[in-house]
Design a protein around this ligand. Structure first.
Ligand SMILES: N[C@@H](CCC(=O)N[C@@H](CS)C(=O)NCC(=O)O)C(=O)O
Length: 319
């Protein structure tokens, strides 16, 4: 992480733990909002008006949080309005590196916008004395030369709500009539599931691991049952809840089952969930947000969990 804009050498990415050996996730630091008219959002300051060509997303295809934002960009048809750069998925001792070296995985890109080699340089550019973790996604404002926001749950709301003028698809993933149900299901899924896989993977005690792995497996059962008589999780229409569930589900057999040791079952053993993931995967453009090579290379590059760096060959089939 950066402290006052300087690197702390002995920090290992994504593995802070509490007294009981449980994984602790840091709270995101940049919390401004893009709005249709530039007025302030629920947090932060005004001045970030939705405009085509003004904003840029820095993402990693390994990362479920970043891929939420990529999915929204595709589903809304915002590819022309919002540009992106994909980092190399392999975690380095300076976290995310751009794909400008000969050993970068295909699909990773150079930072032609800011000319950085690592994502931390983008954080330094936004705030010279930045203290905190270096995470993706990063939503960058080309005009003010700063980070607008680095919290995916907020970025997906902005992409849904603020950019209708520039969106080529008419779709609302946070519909008025279902907001309460969406909020409650988001909450129901975040800790035991979206973050639960990380709590299992980065636990440093048996007890913390078991609690987290059970949370995940119970949530899979809950989702499997909920999908018995509906195609999507809320209102039987695609909403942000499905986006947030999908990014975790699609990584399950590829990384969480093996590396994070959540191995009660593979996802493909749940018939409803298997069909559900396939249904979302087949929506236009979504396959471009899923890259199995990046997911495996990225997760299996986490040295604390996999010192040899060996990346498994399987699973053989995705969807
Ligand atoms: N709350 C953030 C979490 C983002 C996050 O944890 N990203 C991971 C990649 S999956 C990251 O960049 N980790 C690097 C680190 O923690 O050092 C969000 O949802 O946007």
């Amino acid at each position: 992480m950066l402290v006052n804009g300087q690197w702390q050498k002995d920090f290992h990415p994504v593995q802070d733990t509490d007294d009981e050996g449980g994984f602790v996730r840091e709270v995101s630091n940049f919390r401004n909002w893009i709005t249709a008219d530039g007025s302030p959002g629920p947090s932060g300051e005004a001045g970030f008006k939705a405009e085509a060509g003004r904003y840029h997303l820095y993402v990693a295809l390994i990362c479920p949080w970043a891929c939420r934002t990529l999915m929204l960009r595709k589903l809304k048809g915002l590819e022309d309005a919002i540009s992106i750069t994909v980092v190399d998925p392999v975690l380095t001792d300076k976290v995310w590196r751009f794909g400008s070296l000969p050993d970068s995985l295909p699909g990773s890109e150079e930072d032609t916008l800011n000319g950085a080699q690592y994502i931390y340089e983008i954080y330094q550019k936004a705030r010279a004395d930045y203290t905190g973790q270096i995470t993706v996604p990063v939503l960058w404002d080309k005009q003010q030369q700063t980070i607008v926001n680095n919290e995916s749950s907020e970025i997906i709301r902005m992409l849904n709500n603020a950019f209708d003028e520039f969106a080529s698809n008419e779709i609302d993933l946070y519909p008025e009539d279902y907001r309460q149900e969406i909020e409650s299901l988001n909450e129901r899924l975040y800790e035991p599931f979206n973050n639960g896989v990380y709590r299992a993977g980065f636990a440093t005690t048996q007890n913390a691991y078991e609690q987290a792995a059970r949370d995940v497996s119970r949530t899979l059962d809950f989702l499997e049952q909920r999908l018995d008589d509906q195609d999507y999780l809320v209102g039987n229409r695609l909403t942000e809840v499905d986006v947030r569930a999908f990014v975790t589900l699609i990584r399950f057999d590829l990384a969480y089952h093996g590396l994070f040791k959540i191995n009660h079952k593979q996802l493909r053993e749940y018939p409803n969930l298997r069909d559900y993931v396939q249904r979302i995967y087949q929506l236009e453009g979504i396959d471009e947000t899923v890259n199995a090579d990046h997911i495996k290379a990225g997760y299996y590059s986490i040295k604390a969990l996999n010192p040899s760096g060996i990346v498994p060959l399987g699973p053989e089939t995705l969807w």
